[in-house]
Design a protein around this ligand. Structure first.
Ligand SMILES: [Zn+2]
Length: 268
């Protein structure tokens, strides 16, 4: 069914709605996103204080679920206390995924050794819980493949806001990874990225904004919100010979199957 008047059904699989960028108008941003067709949000809590703010947001909104982890840029904070705290948070707060975790070699916020230790500690939690893993990767495609090869029994992996090499794209396809697409791929300079993404099978695509980051070009505001997804989907859909609405519908189905949201499952 592709009625032109049909409201798109969209899942934003990677948002930071608890970010301070939304402190002044968070509720109206969420409401405007619903009006734009966003049916479900995954809010990514990437640091201990964000686990709590993510939980608070989730508890207020039946269409928000959460993922919990420690971002690779914060890997220097990782120690045995933090891992225990994360294990407890995952047990108590019922996230739909572990993340965002991974490798980020684009900044020097933490050393490779620190990032490797934090990533491994959290992959062990993902493996033990059976939750999907949301991966953040920048400038680290080969190191990511090397590490993930050690973890063959993880639940599905999401490569969030994919920005990797041909080799990583091929590896992801062979290993059935989900690939997050959003504003980054719409940039004029992202021609090569779009070529890689076009070969990702449609049933492994997820839409995401990474709000408040990664505003698509031409946005009135540098602050991104989930309401930008219909426009992003309209730009990217043709890579798979899909309309924006079709891309929204198919990626929503992928997200619901992967993350098992209860409200969405009820509606489906
Ligand atoms: Zn993020």
């Amino acid at each position: 069914m592709t009625g032109a008047s049909e409201q798109p059904s969209i899942v934003d699989t990677h948002t930071h709605l608890d970010d301070a960028a939304f402190d002044a108008d968070r509720e109206s941003v969420i409401e405007a996103s619903r009006v734009a067709g966003i049916r479900h949000f995954v809010n990514i809590g990437y640091a201990p204080d964000r686990w709590e703010t993510s939980r608070a947001l989730r508890d207020q909104h039946p269409d928000i679920d959460i993922a919990l982890g420690l971002h690779p840029q914060l890997a220097a904070q990782f120690d045995t206390d933090l891992i225990r705290e994360l294990e407890r948070a995952i047990e108590d707060l019922a996230p739909v995924a572990v993340g965002e975790i991974g490798f980020d070699f684009s900044r020097n916020a933490s050393s490779f050794e620190e990032q490797e230790r934090a990533f491994r500690g959290q992959l062990a939690i993902a493996a033990a819980t059976g939750l999907p893993t949301v991966i953040h990767q920048r400038g680290a495609s080969d190191a990511l493949i090397t590490e993930l090869e050690n973890w063959p029994n993880l639940a599905p992996i999401v490569l969030h806001s994919f920005d990797g090499t041909q080799r990583l794209a091929d590896w992801a396809r062979e290993h059935g990874c989900f690939v997050g697409i959003g504003g980054l791929a719409t940039r004029r300079s992202s021609e090569r990225l779009r070529e890689l993404l076009a070969r990702v099978p449609v049933n492994h695509l997820l839409l995401e904004t990474d709000s408040p980051y990664l505003a698509p070009p031409g946005s009135a505001n540098r602050r991104n919100t989930p309401a930008s997804l219909p426009a992003i989907a309209a730009i990217l859909g043709p890579l798979w010979n899909l309309s924006g609405e079709e891309l929204c519908r198919l990626t929503s189905r992928n997200a619901a199957g992967l993350f098992r949201f209860s409200p969405l499952n009820r509606a489906a």
